[in-house]
Design a protein around this ligand. Structure first.
Ligand code: ASP
Ligand code: MG
Length: 434
């Protein structure tokens, strides 16, 4: 039992915000607190890695100076008696980064450098708690978060480790999101934005009653507020809806977060650090079935691949051959539609696109189009509710739609459009469906 709170980069982005976080974790009686790196850190570390790999020492220096200013300001504003220890900790991290950048080794240096953001932020925050008499313990995430050679987290190990590491009921355990140890025992990470996923895994591992994801907005919105006017936060949604929205573009939550919590029925709350009393969004088994349409999200950078082949006509095993190509290149497929002579599918990861297309050419003729967006409408869209699909497509009658997907989930209708039409599509859906 217990609850897990995770705070994103902005939530720990300054001394003032770290103080807010400290009071929130006490109010909520957090068992484990998972932290991202201070906002902007991971981007700067990624730039440092790129520069180091190209031997661009000037950029490395520039990024590190920026980070040094940021962290030393935070330490000066946040800490008194523990300030010297925090500065020492900061220099240790910068020392690691400098040494790795100078003798750059692909992969190992990259992962080591990138991990410093979360390591340093969580160390500073813990020193703040300790300085204020809070019983806090800093846990090193790679000691319990471990992945195998395919990048999958070892949840049995996680459970076992956390059971002993977090056994004291009145201690505040602080740890890093995002980072882990890989199968070689080196520090690694769960991918950008992965600290939400860390929190969900930890929540599931301790059999928590709740996982709270704290960011700087007031919950999941019914549409993307960056592109659309008149959006509003959704108070309740189901795990499936949230998973679909997160996967198809809602930036507030890492898409992998829902799975571990859904399996155990652990509610996930999205809350706002800048407004702790706001209700936020609660994601749980409960369905808010009052409305037909709940939300819309969009995901950019989608490549569509069309395969035309008369060999598929009345044949079996054709789709398996297609899927095997993607499997060999470890590339997930997002959307798929088929007819007797054509298969269209989409991918968001085009790192192996050339190889994939070359192999697919043995199956038929291939067309590739980049720069598309997936737009996902979620709600209670049962097939027996007449007119809902018509309502969606009426509202985007002015947009050329490239693919449509609607299936057994009753949860969503997904369309593919050229990214040029994204804003128009989102706004039209917003104006007509909500
Ligand atoms: N700091 C990492 C990132 O910026 C992980 C996270 O914030 O979730 O991607
Ligand atoms: Mg995030």
């Amino acid at each position: 039992m217990g609850i897990v709170l995770k705070f994103g980069g902005t939530s720990v982005g300054s001394a003032a915000n770290m103080r807010r976080v400290a009071s929130i974790i006490k109010d909520e009686r957090a068992t484990v607190t998972v932290l991202s790196a201070m906002s902007g850190t991971t981007d700067a570390l990624v730039k440092t890695v790129v520069a180091a790999s190209e031997g661009d020492a000037a950029t490395v220096k520039e990024q590190l100076e920026m980070l040094r200013r940021k962290y030393s300001t935070c330490i000066a504003e946040l800490l008194t008696v523990n300030a010297p220890q925090a500065l020492e900790r900061m220099e240790a991290s910068f020392g690691v980064i400098e040494r790795q950048a100078a003798a750059f080794e692909c992969y190992t240096s990259e992962r080591t450098i990138i991990s410093q953001g979360e390591l340093l932020t969580s160390a500073i925050f813990t020193l703040h708690l300790l300085e204020n008499g809070v019983k806090a313990v800093l846990l090193n995430a790679p000691d319990f978060m471990r992945t195998d050679d395919r990048g999958k987290v070892d949840t049995a190990f996680l459970r076992e480790k956390l059971e002993t590491l977090t056994s004291d009921g009145d201690t505040y355990y602080i740890t890093q999101g995002f980072i882990c140890a890989n199968h070689r025992g080196e520090v690694d990470n769960l991918g950008r934005g992965g600290s939400d996923y860390s929190a969900a895994l930890i929540g599931a591992a301790i059999g928590g009653s709740e996982v709270q994801i704290w960011t700087d907005i007031d919950g999941m919105h019914n549409n993307d507020p960056r592109f659309v006017t008149n959006t509003y936060p959704i108070r309740r949604m189901s795990f499936d809806e949230a998973a679909e929205l997160a996967y198809f573009g809602a930036k507030i939550l890492h898409p992998a977060t829902i799975q571990p919590c859904k399996e155990l029925g652990i509610p996930v709350l999205l809350r706002n650090t800048m407004e702790p009393s706001a209700p936020g969004t609660t994601i749980s088994d409960d369905d808010d079935s009052g409305r037909d349409f709940h939300a819309v999200a969009a995901k950019d950078g989608i490549t569509v691949i069309r395969i035309h082949s008369t060999r598929m006509l009345m044949a079996y095993g054709f789709l398996r051959q297609v899927f095997e190509v993607f499997e060999r290149h470890r590339t997930p497929i997002d959307m798929i539609t088929t007819s007797e002579v054509a298969v269209s599918l989409t991918v968001d990861n085009d790192s192996c696109l050339e190889e994939i297309v070359a192999e697919l050419r043995t199956l038929g003729s291939i067309e590739v189009e980049r720069d598309n967006s997936i737009v996902c409408v979620v709600g209670n869209i049962g097939y027996d509710k007449l007119g809902l699909a018509a309502h969606i497509f009426d509202s985007i009658a002015g947009v050329p739609v490239k693919m449509i997907s609607y299936g057994a989930s009753h949860r969503s209708i997904v369309v593919l459009i050229d990214t040029r039409f994204k804003r128009q599509t989102l706004q039209s859906l917003n104006d007509h469906l909500f």
